[in-house]
Design a protein around this ligand. Structure first.
Ligand SMILES: Cc1cc2nc3c(=O)[nH]c(=O)nc-3n(C[C@H](O)[C@H](O)[C@H](O)COP(=O)(O)OP(=O)(O)OC[C@H]3O[C@@H](n4cnc5c(N)ncnc54)[C@H](O)[C@@H]3O)c2cc1C
Length: 402
């Protein structure tokens, strides 16, 4: 095969994975990255341990991508979680399965893996040009802003791996959306995913409980009933249990509906037992005492009941027990996308052929979070970024050999 020049625009996990594949098949690969270094969001993900993939049964794993499952399936089949772990091991990063089934590097950070990965890319001849910000198209080429002014490149094929729109200060700012739309490529607006929500807390509750963790609860929404914990913030609610329910809450709000995270504050105790124990309390004692003695509830949980319940709920043992088991925390709006773990929206699937090439722009491919899919936290995001990076690289190789 003759050597061809390929531009990869965006040096996150999807772009780096494509660069690894393409350079290993002998192509000349240049990564153009806007920031001073590549993989900044990957490194940030490492701060919470780098949940690189998930160990659950693959059939279940592959259902975690909502409506994009049929589109993503073949890329995921090509790089399933076991392969992710083998690939990491090949870069001297052994992984382990945490108690929740999530997979992490033993080192619980991203930097050693990224260092080894960049070493492999360098050994395979990949050229990495940082501080090269793609600015759109001109005369069949790709225009970059660099410290030495503007330059235009015309590779044999190119991959956009520009990320979504969360944490824009790490590089993925979504400015590319308008350049693709100018080329008549449909891009769905980005929305926050795996995000916190605003709640209209009373000044007392906010001041007293912002930062408090609400532990060992179960929250229910369209996503199912999931155990976990969340944190009360100045603005509302945050944390893994909220993120797991975020897509449904966000979509309800967008549809103009009322949305609430429904929480069981005492998942280990049956409703009837709580009712019975509360009914035995002296109705003249304070709510705090009745909750503590009758249900073992105090602190932030007791105050959440006050905050979200009515006076009538709090004074009737039957209603109070019901509130403890199904406490609705009404959410007003998702937190801004800049704070979200990931984003929903991006390049519409109808615009992409089965090789991840843009139908409108032959020779230009896309991968990673910039495509319209979303998934919960749990290692699904990185796995799909790696997998689509590989699938697009395979698509480029096939297209160049056509
Ligand atoms: C706090 C946090 C924790 C996370 N933890 C996890 C986790 O534990 N597990 C998990 O699976 N996922 C996690 N994620 C999500 C995961 O990091 C992302 O899904 C993943 O990084 C997306 O990869 P990507 O390659 O598509 O895009 P990105 O990683 O966003 O990379 C895109 C790259 O393109 C560059 N770029 C953008 N525009 C231009 C331009 N015009 N010109 C040139 N370059 C450009 C950007 O600078 C960036 O380097 C986390 C995210 C955050 C914010």
């Amino acid at each position: 095969m003759s050597k061809r020049e390929i531009a990869i625009i965006g040096g996150g996990p999807a772009g780096l994975m494509a660069a690894e594949m393409l350079s290993s098949s002998g192509h000349g690969v240049t990564i153009y990255e806007a920031m001073p270094t590549v993989g900044r969001k990957f490194l940030l993900a490492g701060k919470s341990g780098l949940n690189i993939t998930h160990s659950e049964d693959y059939q279940r794993f592959s259902t975690r991508f909502g409506t994009a499952v049929p589109k993503l399936r073949s890329a995921l089949d090509g790089f399933p979680p076991d392969d992710v772990r083998r690939w990491a091991a090949g870069l001297k990063t052994e992984t382990f399965i945490g108690s929740s089934g999530r997979v992490f590097p033993v080192a619980m950070k991203a930097s050693p893996l990224l260092r080894a990965w960049l070493g492999r890319l360098e050994a395979q001849g990949v050229n990495i040009l940082t501080r090269h910000r793609w600015q759109g198209f001109s005369d069949g080429g790709y225009v970059f802003e660099t410290s030495n002014g503007s330059m235009t490149v015309r590779p044999d094929a190119a991959l956009l791996a520009l990320g979504g729109q969360s944490w824009p200060r790490l590089g993925s700012d979504g400015r590319w959306v308008e350049w693709l739309r100018e080329q008549a490529v449909a891009v769905h607006d980005f929305q926050p995913a795996n995000c916190g929500f605003n709640v209209d807390w009373s000044p007392f509750f906010r001041e007293r409980f912002a930062g408090a963790a609400v532990k060992s609860v179960v929250a229910t929404s369209e996503a199912g009933s999931l155990p976990g914990e969340f944190v009360v913030s100045q603005h509302g609610i945050e944390g893994s249990l909220v993120y797991a329910h975020a897509a449904g809450l966000r979509d309800r709000l967008a549809a103009g509906q009322v949305a609430a995270l429904v929480v069981d504050l005492m998942p280990g105790r049956a409703l009837e037992r709580i009712e019975h124990d509360l009914a035995r309390q002296d109705p003249k004692t304070s709510l705090a005492n009745r909750l503590r003695k009758g249900a073992g509830i105090d602190g932030v949980k007791a105050n959440l009941l006050r905050e979200c319940g009515t006076d009538a709920d709090l004074h009737d043992p039957v209603q109070l027990a019901k509130l403890i088991k199904t406490l609705p925390i009404p959410v007003i709006a998702p937190r801004p996308i800049a704070e979200a773990i990931s984003s929903a929206g991006g390049v519409a699937w109808d615009e992409i052929d089965e090789h991840y090439m843009l139908k409108q722009l032959p020779g230009l491919f896309v991968a990673g979070e910039m495509i319209d899919w979303e998934a919960p936290t749990g290692g699904y995001l990185l796995t799909a970024c790696f997998a689509t990076g590989r699938a697009a690289a395979q698509g480029i190789t096939t297209w160049l050999a056509r």
